[in-house]
Design a binder for this molecule. Structure first.
Ligand code: PLP
Length: 393
């Protein structure tokens, strides 16, 4: 048994870090690594991003927490930044992705409840989804390996295969409150849904009065080169959950909705102690202002394309190691032929820290502030890692 005082719920790698700067992480042993995971799509502005440090420090010197007993102008400000740049009219702040999903599910159910459709509570999701680790989010994700041993699966969630519109049509009935999906599945292996599929979902939802809920916890806030990934398809949801990137490393989540979908969420229906905390708001505002600044998202698209093209040529020259590269912007996945574990280990030997995902994919999600020179370094090291894996094959 490990002598650690911590729950043994993680398979941690034996690295620890003392500081970070930009895309770089400095390990306790003095080695420098390129962060190719961004703490799983969290540190989109990299480490120790000066405006973020400043915003947090300034707020920390003033006021940390007042609760939601009072008006919080910073919540209004971040809310306005989110609503004026999205489909949404209302935002609720929480602290994590799974809470954002819970809130999104509650909003969807309450919407139908208040229309007198009390049996309309089922949520349709897709295979290989990941929506978080609380009990409802686990049921929504539907993955046996995460549900096992945690008692009866929360009622009212069911699944169809990824991208199967006929299965969706057959599954949606008068008990379906919402269809919930990640426009690009993250944990599932950087698996996007096609724009055509998303448009069909929207049309089906409109025709049946079903709510469309997007989980943009991983793919949102600039990661794909658009503020929200669904913008690529030109399809808007009724409700959306975000987290991860929005806090830039500070715990922050939110669910957003149209005025109509949010209307039933009246005083007393939902709440949180920490949600909308002033430190989180200071970080969220800075992240949004940075991502929305002229040229930022364009830069993510350009750098993403550059990286994807270069990774594609590595795939071509190392067909025993890699099968393909997929994804958009700086949310890329290398589907491996070799074992994912070997690839990750070899990349780490070369100073890169990517993160594995389902479908034997290695995710490449560096901070969005990565420079073109750093992209070259990433590519060069990936190439070396591929040769390393080949040498051992
Ligand atoms: C990470 C993630 C979640 C859960 O977020 P937590 O902050 O870990 O609770 C939910 N959905 C998606 C798509 C995610 O990537």
């Amino acid at each position: 048994m490990s002598s650690s005082s911590l729950f043994q719920t993680y398979n941690r790698s034996d690295l620890s870090f003392e500081r970070g700067e930009g895309v770089w992480l400095y390990a306790a042993d003095g080695r420098r690594y390129m962060d190719c995971a961004s703490g799983i799509a969290v540190s989109g502005l990299g480490h120790a991003y000066p405006p973020l440090v400043k915003a947090l420090q300034e707020q920390a010197a003033k006021l940390w927490h007042v609760s939601n007993l009072y008006n919080v102008p910073q919540q209004e400000k971040l809310g306005e930044l989110l609503t004026s740049n999205s489909f949404a009219d209302r935002v609720f702040f929480c602290n994590s992705g799974t809470e954002a999903i819970e809130g999104a599910i509650k909003t969807a159910r309450r919407y139908h409840h208040d229309k007198g459709q009390k049996d309309r509570y089922r949520i349709l999701t897709f295979e290989n989804a990941f929506h978080g680790r609380t009990l409802a989010a686990l049921a929504a994700g539907g993955q046996e390996k995460y549900l096992e041993g945690f008692g009866p699966k929360a009622e009212g969630f069911y699944q169809v295969p990824h991208g199967d519109i006929e299965a969706v049509k057959a599954a949606v009935d008068e008990t379906t409150a919402a269809i919930l999906l990640e426009p690009v599945q993250g944990e599932g292996g950087i698996r996007p849904f096609s724009p055509a599929f998303l448009r069909e979902l929207r049309a089906l939802c409109d025709a049946t009065g079903t709510l469309l809920v997007f989980d943009e916890i991983q793919c949102g806030v600039g990661r794909t080169g658009k503020l929200f990934a669904h913008e690529w398809a030109g399809v808007i949801p009724d409700i959306m959950a975000i987290a991860k990137g929005i806090g830039g490393g500070f715990p922050l989540g939110a669910f957003l909705a149209t005025a109509e979908a949010a209307a039933p969420m009246q005083p007393g229906t939902h709440g949180t102690t920490y949600g909308g905390n002033l430190l989180a708001m200071a970080c969220g505002i800075t992240v949004m202002e940075t991502v929305l600044a002229e040229g930022f998202l364009q830069g993510v698209r350009e750098k993403g394309l550059l990286l994807k093209q270069k990774l594609a040529s590595i795939v071509d020259t190392h067909p025993q190691v890699f099968e393909l590269v997929r994804g958009e912007g700086l949310m890329l996945g290398l589907k491996c032929k070799a074992s994912q574990g070997e690839v990750v280990a070899a990349m780490r030997e070369e100073g890169l820290l990517p993160v594995p995902a389902g479908d034997n994919v290695v995710r490449i999600m560096p901070p969005m502030i990565i420079s073109p020179e750093e992209i070259d370094q990433l590519v060069e090291a990936t190439e070396k890692a591929a040769s390393r894996v080949e040498a051992f094959a």
